[in-house]
Design a protein around this ligand. Sequence first.
Ligand code: ASP
Length: 586
Amino acid sequence: MLRSHTCGELRLDNVGEEVILTGWVQRLRDKGGMLWVDMRDRYGITQLTYEEGITPQNLIDQARTLGREYVIRVVGKVVERYSKNDKIPTGAIEIVVHKLEVLNPAKLPPFLIEDETDGGDDLRMKYRYLDLRRTPVRRNLELRHRMMRETRNYLDQHYFIEVETPVLIKSTPEGARDFVVPSRMNPGEFYALPQSPQTFKQLLMVSGFDRYYQIVKCFRDEDLRADRQPEFTQIDCEMSFVKQEDVLNMFEGFISYLFEKEKGIKLGKLPRMTYADAMKYYGSDKPDTRFDMRFVELNHLVKNKGFKVFDDAELVVGINAKGAAYYTRKQLDELTDFVKRPQIGATGLVYARVNEDGSIKSSVDKFYSPDDLQHWGSAFHAERGDLILILAGNKDKTRKALNELRLEMGERLGLRDKNVYSPLWVVDFPLLEWDEDSNRWHAMHHPFTSPKPEDIELIDDRPGDIRANAYDMVINGVEVGGGSIRIHDRRLQEQMFTLLGFSHAEAEAQFGFLMNAFEYGAPPHGGIAFGFDRLCTLFGGSESIRDYIAFPKNNSGRDVMIDAPSPISDTQLNELHIRMKNIPHQ
Ligand code: ASP
């Protein structure tokens, strides 16, 4: 090794030792008579010290030639520091240098490689390898590493086997858009990159593997947001001979194990909420349950009093923002503007304040008597100082809008503390959802999810009411994982495809391999997949999954460091049998 110790290792106990360190020059402070160099590696920072009159002049001169991010190797002696720095673990010592070697000089980095940097997002993405030198960014990847290790530990302890499944697979129309790869050897044909290893893990169950997992890259060609990347990592799991309850218990155990190992938090039993309740009380299938503020429906209290907006509405529903009666006119106007934004789409906001004397004042006093308003107050369990916020309109849209308002109020009132974790299972998802655009049923989870046996009879008349054996794990309003018990019977799977609008031939062409496999002894099975990047983001307390990915893509799906995607040569295109419209000679 070129070094005897790391830059994070030396303490008072080492005083007097001769050591060799290697690392990067973080900073140089030249006070004339004294000169200090902060030397950094993955493990920490150690200070080198030079003193005029004591350190030989040639060494001081040499140190003065160092620039930021030079890679150096020093030989020196550990001494106790006169003025200690208690902010870093090595802050009690420093190194008196005998010999310094520049292993590689460095150009001036385009931004500060320190905890607080002056580099904007774009610049840091372009020089991601420099950004990764910064402690907060490196810590994120260290967290990711530990999460990965503990995931493998837990699953290994429970007899799961990690099996790799192929990355070049077949494109299917279900789900998101596929990334495709042209096949040179099969002109005009394409592979697709997997959106998930779903069918393969089910086939592994047919093969008898019984408990499978894979920490696996998945690819979805969707529009990007802060919590999405075109390639992302799943903890993908499948088990045989299980019921929903078994899967929930196994993975409740998993998440508890991660919280315990990484954060020292004991979770206890995870609460469960049905999809129907999640929608009714939170307007979302991923409710943030760190705070209460549940929806209260008001139809029975507000109709037929002459207020047309409420009279015409399918649903009148509100929340109680506790203690927010002090909100000024201006703040209420802000909230009104907030709910009217096109992304949220409410037409207006009705509010009612509970005054200090217990009286209630609303923005629609014209239509409702003080008595009426008291009834509203009781429905919300409102107390003095509370602010009731009400939306009205079409049921689904209004619930969605109120969910946004609830989250906004939670944020404003400081109820969404990122150090508080509120995990739960959302269960009993509908099997199908109606898609207005294509005018047909879609599988809400995926087409391999099994209906609840007691609901199968609804298949012909009320397919929309069939509930699935499907579940999501939600933490703080984030869906961190989801899965289901699968269909393992050919006939039911065929029926499902028919319901989803596949012709017999289409189903056969796309999923014949799976249905055939079901005829050769498929065990009952089910599983789940966790979004690993999201899980890390949640554990790390950040907003963006990019912070937990070593080399992420930007919002346009580009890697700006390696500059991908990029055009390919005509020769390559020809070999792949691809004609580009904008290539003139073709
Ligand atoms: N393959 C599913 C997904 O990617 C998860 C599962 O059902 O296990 O969402």
